[in-house]
Design a protein around this ligand. Structure first.
Ligand code: PGA
Length: 248
């Protein structure tokens, strides 16, 4: 069975100083925790790495990666740069990047490959839009999003990564998938991965908070969460982490 994992996507919030403070607050929590991962903005990563230097149990990742290894790509950040800064993980294909930066399945697959080539573990974010769900296309959309990455790197490499199901209509909207809706997609993803994906960590993301977390985490194929808004406050995030540890 996959290990419980809670990831915080801090998006474009705060400064290096506030990110380091938040990281230190998380590190102060003692007792049993799930695997914890934080995703600050690029410029805050060094400050968070420094703040967590004695807390290797909290992993640090980036929110994006270039699909290029190096060269004349102004404004881009490579996997090698991220790994050299102390990142172990990176989000690829977050719905905000798919929407605002026109990242399609093929580009996401290239970013996924670039991450693994640099020794980073990608968190592949997938999910359908509201229109696609209304048209009952969610499983087809999910299948195509995963298939593009499998085609690029092979099934085993996808299984070695982490997958986050984040329905676009639930990200940052305050509207969460019901536990049943989330479980249906998660079990579909698990089936797509087959036997090799039995231990692959499958996260749910989209307006997780302290009130809805327990019911989501009680689902058999939900191994944890990718939390946006509720990860910006240490107490709220660790409350969710506690619910993941205590899940039924
Ligand atoms: P949210 O964001 O929890 O604020 O909906 C989730 C995410 O973007 O990963």
């Amino acid at each position: 069975m996959a290990k419980p994992l809670l990831a915080g996507n801090w998006k474009m919030h705060g400064t290096a100083t506030s990110a380091a403070k938040l990281a230190s607050q998380l590190a102060d929590y003692t007792g049993e925790k799930p695997e914890i991962m934080v995703f600050p903005s690029f410029v805050s990563i060094p400050a968070v790495v420094a703040a967590l230097s004695e807390h290797s149990e909290i992993a640090i990742g980036a929110q994006n990666i270039s699909h290029h290894t190096e060269g004349a790509y102004t404004g881009e950040v490579s996997g090698q740069m991220l790994a050299g800064t102390g990142c172990s993980h990176v989000l690829v294909g977050h719905s905000e990047r798919r929407t605002y930066n026109a990242e399609n399945n093929e580009l996401v697959a290239e970013k996924f490959a670039a991450a693994q080539a640099s020794g980073l573990t990608p968190i592949l974010c997938i999910g359908e839009t509201l229109q696609q769900r209304q048209d009952r296309l969610q499983l087809q959309v999910i299948k195509a999003q995963i298939a593009a990455v499998i085609e690029k790197v092979g099934l085993q490499n996808v299984c070695n990564a982490i997958i986050a199901y984040e329905p676009v209509w639930a990200v940052g909207t305050g509207e969460t998938a019901t536990p049943e809706q989330a479980q249906q997609v998660h079990s579909f993803i698990r089936a797509e991965l087959g036997e090799q994906g039995e231990d692959t960590q499958l996260l749910y993301g989209g307006s997780i908070n302290a009130d809805n977390a327990a019911a989501l985490f009680a689902q058999p194929d939900i191994d944890g969460g990718l939390v946006g808004g509720a990860s910006l406050e240490a107490e709220h995030f660790m409350n969710i982490a506690q619910q993941l540890i205590e899940r039924k």
